[in-house]
Design a protein. Sequence first.
Length: 278
Amino acid sequence: MIKLIDVQNKYLGIDFFLSMTCNKDCHYCTSYTLEQRNLTVDMDFLKRTLYYLRNYKVRCNLLGGEPGLIKNLDEVIAEIKKNPNFVCEVLSNSTVRRRYPHILEDPDIIYVEHMVLDFYEDEITLLGPKSYEFHDENDLNNYNLVIKTPNFEKYKHVYPEAMKKLDHKNTLWKQFNGRSPGFDSLFDDQAAEIDRKMCAAFPMVPVINFENQNLVHCSKKFANNAITSKEFEITQENIDKMMNFRLFKYENYCKGCMEYVQPKGHFPLKKYASILNE
């Protein structure tokens, strides 16, 4: 059975934005539309993309939008699982739990559930039904995801029981990010330039955009943002360059980025040799 810590350390993550369609409108998200569109994945495009990636260890993060709305999600996952170099991760607002419950029973799929919309003075607002409980600590690779919004920081002390239920290895805590309106006014400290250069070489999650069928440099500068990320054609050459940290450059949006950036890079230092030797 796969372990998340091993996947994080040994695989390069790529966000597969299957569709921008979502059934929720989180106030801090811009990577969605409520328009019902592109809900059947083009399997020829998927197979071609996976072929280009075939020799690399890749964590394929299926999201959007809401992947639980994808009509052929089982077919997509089955195709990814054909290659032992790939690990499949699914990020859902709990729609997957309702429409594809068998995914939660497969320990070879990392299932991450973003069910908490936000913390408020009088309630924790959920994206899923109130009958759904948070995931307990488990070995099925089912995880809770909680975004550290300004309201989370302000009101988390009001909910000690909920915080206790979430306090275990199967809860992931995510930094509030730049796709959120008002983000720039919340943070004053910018990551060191060398750390931003290392992030630019291979961000935590570059994007395969299934709607436009192209490659996008950075997920944080994607979708409806005022600053859009650089895009590339999906070819074997570009995939090879990306996976060897030679495709992406230190762009203007990297120079002004206020996102949290992992100090000294997300990956082993040897992968950043060309940057560190500049």
